[in-house]
Design a protein around this ligand. Structure first.
Ligand code: SF4
Length: 324
């Protein structure tokens, strides 16, 4: 989609969308405060394609009133349909902190009595104004795919004026005083940032900022670059174990957003649900099966059907849901 100007952008898209079910945020009403696709990164896995409008300067896209009016309209419509909203989430097809009005928009939307979430690529968090504005949000997700400059350049393809050390320092400084819920998201890509050394370095950094939760993600939608592929289940398990060894509360985001933790009483479904969030160690699986009055045959069946994968870490067996 090629856009020529802000007016056309405004006409061609809605600002608020949803609410959509989100494992992380419950029922989330999305706020698209940036026209597509204006970003400070051009991640090789981006589901919106390459970034034609690479920017690192904050500017006006919409007025806070325009944003608030559109969000209020969506909230009214959702209420009429009896739909609940847990979060108003800034999650545009670009980087939300490029919006110079973000702070005012957050303040305005907070008056609606619904919690505010922001999903950011972290690139501008070294700026004092961005830190002050994000401090008003209730929930923030920081993207941390790499801490090594070369890997960051290969995976996130940042705007040329950005520096990884400043981004990391900004996250650290912000995390020290932030009162809301802070989560991180790390997208793992085979052959790019799934090397044990980089996973260890990324987890060291994340452990230091003590997030409420750290998500390890894999690309689940068509990426900007065809060569992008997810890591193997073995590496995904390894990353989880390395994160957990550093006491980081870790979960997967591997493409089963809708049904994780939705316990059904059906042993097969529930096992798949749990293993889509984190690997289960063999003894944990046995305990689960005993409680559910089921036997190991279910595991064999799920492995045969290629729904569950067995991987080893430190001589122990783990079970992880096979990706879609
Ligand atoms: S930061 Fe997000 S929107 Fe920007 S290129 Fe990366 S994945 Fe796409």
């Amino acid at each position: 989609m090629i856009l020529k100007g802000i007016n056309m952008e405004k006409e061609s898209r809605m600002i608020a969308f949803g609410p959509v079910p989100s494992r992380r945020l419950g029922r989330s009403l999305g706020v698209n405060n940036i026209p597509p696709k204006i970003c400070s990164y051009s991640c090789i896995y981006c589901q919106v394609g390459r970034t034609p409008n690479m920017q690192n300067i904050r500017r006006i896209f919409y007025t806070p009133d325009e944003i608030a009016q559109d969000v209020e309209k969506k909230i009214r419509e959702a209420k009429q349909k009896g739909e609940l909203i847990d979060y108003l989430t800034f999650v545009p097809d670009g980087e939300p902190t490029l919006d110079i009005n973000l702070g005012n928009e957050i303040k305005l939307l907070k008056t609606l009595g619904i919690k505010i979430a922001v999903i950011t690529n972290s690139s501008l968090i070294w700026r004092e104004d961005v830190q002050i504005e994000l401090a008003e949000a209730d929930w923030i997700s920081f993207k941390i795919d790499a801490v090594d400059q070369n890997i960051w350049h290969k995976v996130n393809r940042p705007h040329g004026a950005l520096r990884i050390d400043k981004v990391l320092q900004g996250i650290e400084a912000f995390a020290q005083s932030y009162k809301g819920e802070l989560v991180t998201e790390t997208m793992l890509l085979q052959g790019h940032n799934d090397d044990i050394n980089e996973i260890a370095k990324v987890s060291d950094f994340i452990a230091q900022i003590k997030p409420d939760k750290s998500y390890i993600a894999i690309p689940t939608r068509p990426p900007a670059e065809k060569y992008v592929v997810p890591p193997t289940e073995k590496v995904l398990n390894l990353a989880y174990q390395v994160f957990r060894e550093k006491s980081i509360p870790t979960e997967y985001l591997i493409g089963y957003e809708g049904n994780a933790f939705a316990f059904t009483g059906n042993v097969e479904d529930d096992l798949l649900s749990i293993t889509s969030v984190h690997p289960m160690r063999e003894d944990g699986v046995r305990e689960f099966l005993t409680k559910a009055n089921a036997d190991w045959g279910i595991i064999k069946h799920l492995k045969r059907k290629k729904k569950l994968v067995e991987v080893k870490y430190n001589d122990k067996k783990f079970y992880i849901r096979k990706f879609k």
